[in-house]
Design a protein around this ligand. Structure first.
Ligand SMILES: Nc1nc2c(ncn2[C@@H]2O[C@H](COP(=O)(O)OP(=O)(O)OP(=O)(O)O)[C@@H](O)[C@H]2O)c(=O)[nH]1
Ligand SMILES: [Mg+2]
Length: 451
């Protein structure tokens, strides 16, 4: 996982100063030296590091005293604020056209993850934004590129516009736009070809596609594993064709994470999404503040609670409550909940946020098994729509099929089905109780699944 090294170093450095009632200029200087090393080691762009250290130092030395924080804590907060700022401050939204279809163009080097991200993004647009996307196969150069997108489309049950490999990408996109209008698609996502290096032919082609209808978003897809190169690529693409945002893929891999910290300030373009795996649901919106907190390990009980609450928005919570009450809660809702838990960050990290959790008897070994969570997801993905809504129909042969499809065992399926039933019962009891007075909704049962 990205940022581990950086997190460790920064936490160590900040720990020394956190409790201090008074912070001298020498303290700040010493700390900034450490921060500088930590960032450089994480492969953050040198210019960015310099600027960052300068900003933090200036603010830390001349800080306004805030009553609720010790000076030490305050410095930590400044570092966090500046880190957040470095990554763009606010979470960046997708800009949709006021006159649909919204056109999103995916560009980037070979193997960065354009085609995969096209699918993931369409999936999010349909699920979270209620859109009806059309995917366009405009990579006619790499053998099987068209087929790859078609396979993804099939997997997600989303339409793919393709005209094979004999017709020019510009013509393909033109016709795709026609079709989108006819079939009332409100988003068109164009998957373009990649090259090993940025070259004039590629840029020209991208410019020609751009010229058909000005895209609302041009997303540059870059591989986080390439570190500093990712930043250079972003710069070059931005200068050559102009981009509106960046999707940073493979952040689940063994990267030092520096690209995430540098891209925004070097290119002035926001990171919009991060790719966290190969599966079609492994794309997450990029939250600068959350990322900064995670890097600094600043979690505490309060922010944990806040996160848990803000992740379930009010309306959705009401909907779910209704579902619990009427017992129409399905495996799809369950998947959504798992997704929300996952969005809160790595579960081990969440456990670490609980003050003294490590010291409670019996809890020291309560390592949350994220593999188990993945297994549960895989099982649900292998179910048919009908099975997800009416699990009662899952009989022997179906169990066998699901186990095979998800790479699990029949026992795993049985266990999940039983837990799901128990959970539904418990929810019913809870919602009944809540109706008698309690206000806040909780999400019971989930934790017991992942131990
Ligand atoms: N681990 C991980 N793998 C990813 C991620 N995004 C994409 N990949 C993998 O990266 C490889 C390349 O992805 P593609 O989507 O084919 O990349 P592309 O940019 O379309 O490549 P070209 O069409 O050849 O230019 C595939 O094996 C993907 O599964 C991610 O976020 N994490
Ligand atoms: Mg591709």
């Amino acid at each position: 996982m990205a940022f581990e090294g950086l997190a460790e170093r920064l936490q160590g450095t900040l720990q020394k100063i956190k409790g201090k009632g008074k912070v001298s200029e020498a303290d700040v200087k010493e700390m900034m030296r450490e921060v500088r090393y930590a960032l450089l080691e994480a492969d953050v762009n040198l210019k960015v590091v310099k600027e960052f250290v300068k900003n933090v130092s200036a603010r830390a030395v001349g800080q306004d005293v805030m009553k609720s924080l010790t000076p030490g804590q305050q410095v930590v907060k400044i570092v966090k604020d500046e880190l957040t700022e470095l990554m763009g401050g606010e979470q960046s939204q997708i800009s949709f056209s006021t006159r649909p279809p919204t056109v999103i163009m995916m560009v980037g080097l070979q193997g960065a993850g354009k085609t995969t991200t096209t699918g993931k993004l369409a999936n999010i647009l349909r699920k979270k934004y209620n859109k009806k996307p059309l995917l366009v196969a405009a990579d006619i150069y790499r053998p099987a590129a068209v087929q790859q997108l078609q396979t993804i489309g099939k997997q997600l049950s989303l339409p793919v516009f393709a005209l094979g490999t004999e017709i020019s990408p510009v013509e393909i996109v033109k016709q795709a736009m026609e079709q989108a209008k006819e079939e009332h698609h409100d988003v068109v996502i164009i998957d373009t070809a990649g090259r090993l290096h940025i070259d004039e032919t590629l840029m020209q082609e991208l410019k020609d596609i751009r010229a058909i209808k000005e895209p609302d978003e041009v997303f540059l897809v870059v591989d986080a594993m390439t570190g500093q190169d990712a930043v250079n690529v972003a710069n070059n693409f931005n200068e050559a064709i102009g981009i509106t945002g960046v999707v940073l893929t493979k952040l689940d891999g063994d990267t030092r994470g520096g690209a995430a910290l540098s891209i925004r300030s070097v290119t002035q373009k926001p990171i919009k999404f991060v790719g966290m795996g190969e599966k079609m649901d492994a794309l997450e919106p990029f939250h600068p503040e959350r990322m900064a907190s995670r890097i600094l390990g600043m979690g505490d009980m309060m922010s944990l609670i806040e996160k848990a609450q803000s992740n379930v928005d009010e309306e959705r919570a009401k909907e779910l409550e209704e579902k619990f009450r009427t017992q129409s809660f399905t495996f799809d809702d369950f998947l959504e909940q798992i997704g929300q838990v996952k969005q809160m960050g790595p579960l081990d990290e969440i456990l670490k946020m609980l003050p003294g959790a490590g010291k409670i008897k019996g809890l020291e070994n309560a390592k949350v098994d994220e593999k188990q969570m993945d297994r549960v997801e895989a099982i649900i993905y292998s179910m048919t729509t009908q099975e997800k809504t009416t699990p009662e129909i899952i009989n022997g042969p179906r169990k066998k099929r699901i186990a095979k499809g998800s790479g699990t065992s029949i026992q795993d399926i049985n266990r999940l089905l039983k837990q799901f039933e128990d959970m539904k019962k418990m929810m019913k009891q809870m919602t009944n109780m809540q109706q008698k007075g309690k206000k806040k909704m909780k999400m019971p049962g989930l934790d017991s699944l992942f131990k």
